[in-house]
Design a protein. Structure first.
Length: 144
């Protein structure tokens, strides 16, 4: 058997303990900054995987408990404003203008394409008539 299984187990245990420590520190940091407690937020803050957080039962239970606590606390009055911010209004207006510009450009391109298709069809018809017309040699009955 290659390697030392005991060393591998010890290394895995150390790695798991370090991740658990980072997760706990991440939770404390998120609480201190009054951030919403989520698994994704904790994974990003602590530098651990979502899989680790979901599989590690004590941390999972703590996140679920803290998240439930936050959901039961009232939302500050400043956060309950229904009017969108000026940034949102500005971006929405810009998006609407860009969509209209795009629709106009697509309409113009479709018209140009239809015109080009018509011209191609006309040219094909003209070329077809030229190929059907008898040659001057065929009319006189002489050959070269």
């Amino acid at each position: 058997m290659r390697g030392n299984p005991d060393n591998l187990r010890q290394a895995a245990a150390r790695k798991s303990a370090a991740a658990e420590t980072r997760a706990e520190q991440g939770l404390r940091e998120m609480i201190r900054r009054n951030e919403p407690i989520t698994f994704r937020g904790l994974a990003q803050t602590a530098g651990v995987s979502l899989d680790f957080l979901y599989r590690h039962i004590p941390i999972r239970q703590r996140v679920e408990h803290l998240r439930a606590q936050q959901q039961n606390t009232p939302i500050p009055a400043a956060a309950t404003v229904d009017a969108p911010s000026s940034v949102v209004r500005t971006l929405t207006a810009q998006l609407a203008a860009l969509k209209q510009q795009h629709r106009d450009e697509v309409h113009q391109l479709r018209q140009a394409l239809e015109t080009a298709h018509g011209e191609i069809l006309d040219l094909r018809r003209r070329a077809g008539r030229r190929n059907v017309e008898p040659s001057p040699q065929a009319e006189t009955g002489t050959s070269s």
